[in-house]
Design a protein around this ligand. Sequence first.
Ligand code: ATP
Ligand code: MG
Length: 400
Amino acid sequence: MSKINIDINEINAIGLAYGELALKGKNRGIFESTIKNSILSRLKKLDFETNLENDMSKLYINFEKGRAKKVLEAIKNVFGINNISFCVKVETDDKIIEDRVLEIANMLYEKGSRTFKIETNRSDKRFIYNSMEYSKKIGASVLINTEFKDVSMKNMDSLISIDIRRNTYIYTEKVKAYGGLPLGSAGKGLSMLSGGIDSPVASFLMAKRGMKLSYVTFHSFPFTSKNSLVKIQQLVEILTRYNSKSIFYNFNILKMQQAIKKYTNNEYATILNRRVMVKLANRLANEKNLQALITGESLGQVASQTLGGLTCTNDASKIPVFRPLIGMDKLEIIEIANEIGTYKKSIEPHEDSCSLFAPKHPNTNPKLEDVLVEEAKIENYNEIMEEIYSNMEYMILTEE
Ligand code: ATP
Ligand code: MG
């Protein structure tokens, strides 16, 4: 890795390396076109010309100098890209490449770089020198024609890579992107969002694996305020940066929470509530062709997330429930929340529809058979469910 890099204003192409995509054999074509479409739709929103080009199996975005930062901002959230290189693109011509490398070397020297290494990758085998020969030749030229006095094989100030394809790309800097799989390549899911820290992170992780998400929340208006709903909507807006367009559904489950309070043993209230949410989410998923539920549960975090609690919630779902945070510590979750930009919003205070009716002494290891007995005590259960479902609301959010 270089410590001293080519100035961002010299960059006129960005190279995109796929990660796992390359391993997917027959699916590669479909994945590639999904990823290209996401990139293109983001580039289209820029107020200047760019062009996306496949140069011998690697994708490059071409643009005029001085635009690199904006291009990076536009595409860095696209899943399926593993790393991004900042390139100076030139014609594949021995003389042109050498001259440009010398110019770049001079600029690097001026920025304080004192040791360098040249590394060549030759994808276009028509080029007359092989990689080793070419690195040596250009390295020697830099030593002769610039102030540089030292080549260094390790810990160099600047590693100058020359990637020879139909065109040639000279770069010193590569940054990591999210990786993952292109959005939509792994089906569609319904993410259950509560407004806390965990569920947005869980959503991000599933989207990163290629799942296109819709979102649902359950509230207890007027016991919970409209503001709580606005806060969750804002979280969906942040997540939409990774998900391009999202449908956000909400249900008012107050009536059922009151029935639970009235008819059942209070120590089961949280689990019974959670089962209500999961059942409504199942019905919605079924109707909208969404194939899995996503939650922010993490084993043992709170009373309802013990193995006993999770068994009882799981039982209420016919479709798979994905819990990408199940084995994570709170601190690891917070780190991701910070990185994806949801943390600050998540920690703003809001009334949680669950904690409103939360028992003082929840059963921390409920047994399914006991929970079902309690659930059966609720009068008009199906009618209330029907009423809640028919009052579902939704909004459609797109990336700004
Ligand atoms: P979070 O940080 O996401 O709020 P949490 O640690 O507060 O999670 P719980 O309140 O036990 O945990 O909720 C566990 C999961 O159940 C949440 O991550 C979310 O996926 C789902 N969930 C809980 N309450 C709601 C709600 N009101 N609406 C939608 N989903 C919910
Ligand atoms: Mg919560």
